[in-house]
Design a protein around this ligand. Sequence first.
Ligand code: PRP
Ligand code: MG
Length: 212
Amino acid sequence: MTKIRIAVQKSGRLNEDSLKILQDCGISIDNGKDQLKATSMNFPLEVFYLRNGDIPQYLRDGVVDIAIIGENVLIEKGQDISIVEKLNFSKCKVSLAIPKNVKYSSVKDFEGKKIATSYPNTVIEYLKSKGVTADLHIINGSVEIAPNIGLADGICDIVSSGSTLFKNNLKEVEVILKSEAVLAVSPLISEERKEILKKMQFRIQSVLQARQ
Ligand code: PRP
Ligand code: MG
């Protein structure tokens, strides 16, 4: 029997809520935590646990049919991938921040400055729209430490509770975008799997409505 293949974040903030929404849709997944692949017993679905940043490429290549992923990741590296549902969880911002004690008047202050980030495309596009040119330093994690160790003047990263900024003596100065978890679809999904997706979307919409 044909199954729809869904990518879910392997570990991290989206993982738990992604599995929860599938569960709320009445889709049970046999979950050995360390397994990278799981199959549902009561719905034609296979789950692949993947790294967030890899998911846009898997969708593009049609290795998976759908994914639960942060909109921010698609904006950074999956602008060609379509979103079919917003899922109303894992809400966050992608923001620019600078050391608390540095004076700030406008985004022009970033001109010629060094910015550490894991979201280079997002930052460049934003600064370009404001006519600002900065020097990007791309790092994959613990971005907020960069100004404290003299690696950058500011950072651009995800802000959720704001506690990472606070702990690192940084202040948010520009919100580039707001994001939440979304259901995204591969451009290569087959007609047969589109039918399964329709059934899933119907359940997801009911769950989201009930949650309000
Ligand atoms: C994420 C993100 C921010 C932080 C934001 O990092 O990169 O640093 O969470 O959340 P907050 O506003 O609630 O503090 P994460 O802890 O996932 O680690 P990483 O950056 O090393 O991947
Ligand atoms: Mg971080």
